[in-house]
Ligand binder design. Sequence first.
Ligand SMILES: C[S@@+](CC[C@H](N)C(=O)[O-])C[C@H]1O[C@@H](n2cnc3c(N)ncnc32)[C@H](O)[C@@H]1O
Length: 426
Amino acid sequence: MSDLHDLCKFPVRPIDSGYVKQLNHYLTSGIPATYTVEEAYKVLNNIEDDDENSESVSNTTPLHLICQHVPKDLSSEELSIVEQMITTLFEYGAGWCFIDVNNNTPGCILIERGFHNSSLYQLILDAGVRAELLLRKVSEYDMEFIDEDDVPNQEDEVVPELVTELTKEQEEIEVVQKSNKPEIDDAPDAPSQNQDSYLNTKLEYVDNALITKDRKDGVMMSWESDLMKLGCDSLFKGSIIEENEIDSEINILNIGFGMGIIDTMIQAENPTKHYICEAHPDVLKKLRDDGWYEKSNVVILEGRWQDQLDDLLTKGIFFNGIYYDTFSEHYSDMLDLFDFVVGLLKPYGIFSFFNGLGADRQIIYEVYKKLVDIDLQNYGLSVTYTDVEVPKETLQYKDKSVWDDVKRSYWSCPVYYHPEAKFIEL
Ligand SMILES: C[S@@+](CC[C@H](N)C(=O)[O-])C[C@H]1O[C@@H](n2cnc3c(N)ncnc32)[C@H](O)[C@@H]1O
C-alpha cells in the first residue's frame, strides 16, 4: 500500500478539496494513475518482478480503492470531491476495466455496494464508452504503439489496448472460477470466436439447447424464448405505417435460425414474406428436416448474411422488421450489418437483435448498450431499450443452472436490455 492508495481509502472525513490537491500532487510527481496495490506491495517487500510468474492475477488500482471505500453517507460536497478524484484519475490514464483481487472492475464494486445509479458509476461508464471508441479509432488507422521496452522509465504507462486484452483474459478466469468447469477456450480460432471454425464445427440439438458437439458451447438455449417473443413483437411493430394504418405487405428478415424459436413465432403472425438467413450446414439440415423449405411465405437464404444481403439490396426488397442473432460474431460484425440495415429497412421498420453484447459482466454490458446507441445514431437510427428481468437460473453457476451441460456460459447480468431501433423522424 502506498500513500496514494491510502488517500483513496478516505481516511479522514469530511472529504474536502485537500483530497483532490493531494491526488494531483501524487500524479504530477509521476505516480501512475494505474499504480496497483500489488505493485506497491512488491516494492515495499523488495520482491523482484519475476517475468515467468508475473502473469498478474489482479490489478487493484486507486480507482478500485475509491469505489471500495467511498462512504455511503456522502454529503453533496463530498460527492463532488470524489467525482473530481475519479475524473482526475481518468485524465491521468486510469483504466476503467482492470480486475482487482476479488475479480471486480471498479464499476462492479460500485454495483455491489449499491452505487449503480450514482454519478460515480456514470463517470466510469462514460470512461468505458470513450475508451472503446478510442480503441476502435486506433485500430481503424492501424496505429502502432511504441514498445514499452523502448521507453525507459515508462513501464507503468498503460496502453488501452493492453487493458482490454488483460480484461478478456481475466474474464475467462472468472467464468472458470465461478462455474468450476473445465477451462474455456476463447482463443481467436475457437468456434465461439471465429466463424470459419464455427461453420466447420458439428452442432447438436439437445434438450432445450443447440450446442457445439465436442465442446458443448451453447449456441442457443430455450431460456431465451421470452426474449425472442419480445424480439418478434418488435418486428411486427414495424408494420404500422401510421396510427390505424397497417402495411399491406409485411416482410420480415431473421438472421440466424438456431433453434427456430423466433422464426416459429414470426410464422405464427403470418407475414407476407419471411426471410431466414442461416449459415451453418447442420442448422440448414434442421430447417430442411422440419419442413421450413416447404412453407409458401418462407425464403431461406443459405449462407452468411455477409454474402446474402447484397442480393436483397439489389433486388429492392425492403423489410418491416429485421432481427439479428448469430453466433461467433463480434461487435465489429454488427457494425458492418448496420450498413445493410439502413438499406433494407422500410422507413417505419424496426431493427432488433439478441442483445448479449458484453453480457458476462454488467458494466461491460452497459458500455455496449451506450455504444450501440451512439453507433446507430450515426446511421440515423435511434434505439430504445426495455429492461427485462432474465430467468434467475441463468445467474447461477452452481447446481441446476441452465449452464449445467454447457461449457461456455454467455450471460451473467440480472437485466436484459431489449433493443428496438428505428429511423429517427425528421
Ligand atoms: C443464437 S442462434 C439463433 C437463435 C434464434 N434466434 C432462435 O430463436 O432460435 C445463432 C444462429 O446464427 C447462425 N449464424 C452464425 N453466424 C451466421 C452468419 N454470419 N450468417 C447467418 N447465420 C449465422 C448460427 O448458425 C445459428 O444458427
